[in-house]
Design a binder for this molecule. Structure first.
Ligand code: IMP
Ligand code: MG
Length: 178
């Protein structure tokens, strides 16, 4: 199957929204230091752009949790890379590309709580609320609510491709006719 990408959120819209989120976060955390945790690989573009828009002291760490293959959630969470530093006593801001079923995040937030972070907040570029399976996730900051479609770009992939698109696009699959 071949696929085409249709723009859902333009580069300008994404960048504007990230600017606004950065301002909001800077205001809400005034006087504090933020420990940003990026969920690899999808969250990396968003985290870099967001961090540049936050005018507070901050530190960063990265972790990798996999739950997806192709376009279907397997429901199985796999901790592929753990954090380098302990989070105890830190004000953690988890930065995600997208929340879909919510399984990845609920697992992660529990883990960070167990490790005694002093606060854990969640910032996601995209949210697909219709798809939520784990209902009790509090999204503190969200770039865009989007409909139930498989999207790529700005860090998000389809089988590891399209992460480098500077906009968010919907993947449309086409039958290849011979
Ligand atoms: P959840 O555990 O179902 O919430 O899945 C979250 C993870 O699945 C995200 O961090 C993404 O890596 C991946 N994912 C969910 N929806 C999409 C999508 O539309 N495009 C690309 N990746 C997605
Ligand atoms: Mg992800």
């Amino acid at each position: 199957m071949a696929e085409t990408i249709k723009v859902l959120v333009s580069e300008e819209e994404v960048n504007e929204r990230i600017k606004t989120l950065g301002k909001q976060i800077s205001e809400n955390y005034a006087g504090k230091q933020i420990h940003m945790i990026c969920v690899l690989k999808g969250g990396v573009f968003f985290m870099c752009e967001l961090a540049k828009r936050i005018n507070l002291p901050l530190t960063m760490d990265f972790m990798s949790v996999a739950s997806y293959e192709g376009t279907a959630s397997t429901g199985h969470i796999n901790l592929k890379k753990d954090l380098d530093e302990p989070v105890e006593g830190l004000d953690v801001l988890v930065v995600e590309d997208i929340i879909d079923s919510g399984r990845t995040l609920s697992h992660l937030i529990k883990l960070l709580g167990d490790r005694k972070a002093s606060s854990v907040k969640l910032c996601t570029l995209l949210d697909k609320p219709e798809r939520r399976v784990v209902k009790d996730i509090k999204v503190d900051y969200c770039g865009f609510n989007i409909p139930d479609a498989f999207v790529v770009g700005y860090g998000l992939d389809y089988n590891q491709r399209y992460r480098n698109l500077p906009y968010i696009g919907v993947v449309e699959f086409e039958e290849e006719n011979s």
